[in-house]
Design a protein around this ligand. Structure first.
Ligand SMILES: *Cc1c(COP(=O)(O)O)cnc(C)c1O
Length: 406
């Protein structure tokens, strides 16, 4: 068998929609842009939505539109995709990493509190927290709803209120997820979604910025479009901008995918539930938490407690040999070569992230994964971990069944 790690789900009618756009001669800044933005804003319950050409572009404009720059820093998680920390560096702001909650894999609000109380003083003029070591103003918290599970937003908003910080939600993995009945992406000041082909809905490449603040929305619209103001002419550039536009072709695909999002999220939930049933006695499966509705992005399990990185890699190599797409989600951001070299992070800096990262693997996951494919993946993993001729040694399975990792 050959089972990819992820696979987009594009219907015939969606292909037809794309053909219609191609015949329309309005390939960019046309009607499909506005349609997709309005539809997504309505789905999330946000006043404004600004489409951009990737989730990363969206995060960059979120940072830029809040005026966060070279004197500033933003609190975020090291257990994420690299874009959630790179977006600050584009503006010469620094990420301040805070370790995660080992049960949810999301940023731990208690540790955010500890960092602000112990490592920051208050600037007498602005009242903002200032990192005692770097002298930088802390301007925002950027929580990531990792693997589609909402962060502890009540605590995060409370802390942000106390210290006068913005909240930027990296909701790139979590479209449709709910925090106590409220959709993620519009709980903070700005939220960003992404539509790369492995996300819940795709536009090929693309992203969307959500906000209830008109000024932020207008600024983001200008920045994505070469700094044009929203009323001036094509060759009037108010500010330094970018070409971060999403074409009408991509918007039309996104819009049609969004029409099916209920069905898509349901399909993903069913695939995850089937995996859970097959694997719950073998590895730690993703947990459920009261008041949180996960939007299934990837299916990530935790190998047993005493798993080393070598063992994890051996499991991945053996699964790959059997034609099963898999990967270690996520390698910690602070241990990426660029972050080690330029920002001087090393092993041990964020021990929970590192411990979780050593043990987590993503298994094949997409809308149309079949029963027998799930069975094959589960059987292969079982054979590897428990089989008598197993090539993967030294795992203590007793520690493996609690939801969450540690
Ligand atoms: C996918 C993703 C992004 C954005 O990725 P793009 O490829 O730029 O669309 C940002 N943050 C997280 C956590 C993601 O998973």
């Amino acid at each position: 068998m050959n089972i990819p790690l992820s696979s987009p789900d594009i219907t015939h009618s969606e292909i037809q929609v794309l053909v219609d756009v191609l015949k329309s001669a309005r390939l960019s800044l046309g009607p499909r842009l506005q349609e997709f933005e309005e539809k997504l804003a309505a789905y999330i319950g946000a006043k404004y939505a600004v489409a951009v050409n990737s989730g990363t572009s969206g995060l960059h404009l979120a940072i830029k539109s809040l005026g966060i720059g070279h004197e500033d820093a933003v609190i975020t998680t090291p257990f994420s995709f690299i874009a959630s920390a790179n977006c600050m560096l584009y503006e010469k702001a620094l990420p301040v990493f805070v370790d995660i909650d080992p049960k949810t894999f999301n940023i731990d609000p208690e540790k955010v509190r500890d960092y602000l109380a112990e490592n920051c003083s208050r600037d007498p003029k602005t009242g903002l927290p200032v990192d005692k070591r770097t002298g930088r103003f802390i301007r925002a918290i950027l929580p990531v709803h990792v693997f589609g599970l909402p962060c502890a937003m009540k605590d995060i908003l409370e802390i942000a209120g106390e210290y006068n910080l913005y909240v930027i939600e990296d909701a790139c993995e979590s479209i449709g997820a709910e925090y106590h009945g409220k959709k993620v992406g519009i709980i903070g000041d700005i939220g960003v979604f992404a539509f790369y082909p492995n996300k819940q809905i795709t536009t090929g490449e693309g992203g969307m910025i959500l906000t209830n603040n008109e000024n932020i929305a207008l600024l983001c619209k200008s920045l994505r479009n070469q700094g044009r103001d929203n009323y001036g002419g094509w060759l009037a550039h108010e500010r330094l901008g970018y070409n971060y536009r999403m074409s009408d072709i991509n918007c039309a695909l996104g819009s049609s995918q969004l029409d099916r999002i209920g069905e898509i999220l349901e399909k993903r939930e069913k695939v995850a539930a089937r995996y859970n049933r097959q694997l719950k006695d073998l590895v730690a499966i993703p947990g459920t938490f009261r008041g949180l509705k996960r939007s299934w992005f990837v299916y990530v399990v935790c190998l047993p407690d005493n798993c080393s990185m070598e063992t994890r890699d051996a499991v991945l190599a053996e699964l790959t040999k059997k034609g099963i797409g898999c990967n270690n989600y996520f390698p910690p951001i602070h241990l990426q070569p660029f972050y080690r070299k330029e920002l001087h992070y090393r092993e041990g800096d964020f021990s929970i992230t590192e411990k979780v990262s050593r043990r987590t693997i993503a298994l094949p996951f997409h809308n149309n994964l079949k029963k027998d494919e799930i069975q094959y993946v589960a059987d292969s993993l079982r054979e590897l971990l428990q089989g008598s001729g197993s090539k993967v040694k030294g795992l203590d399975l007793a520690a493996a069944v609690a939801p969450g990792c540690i």
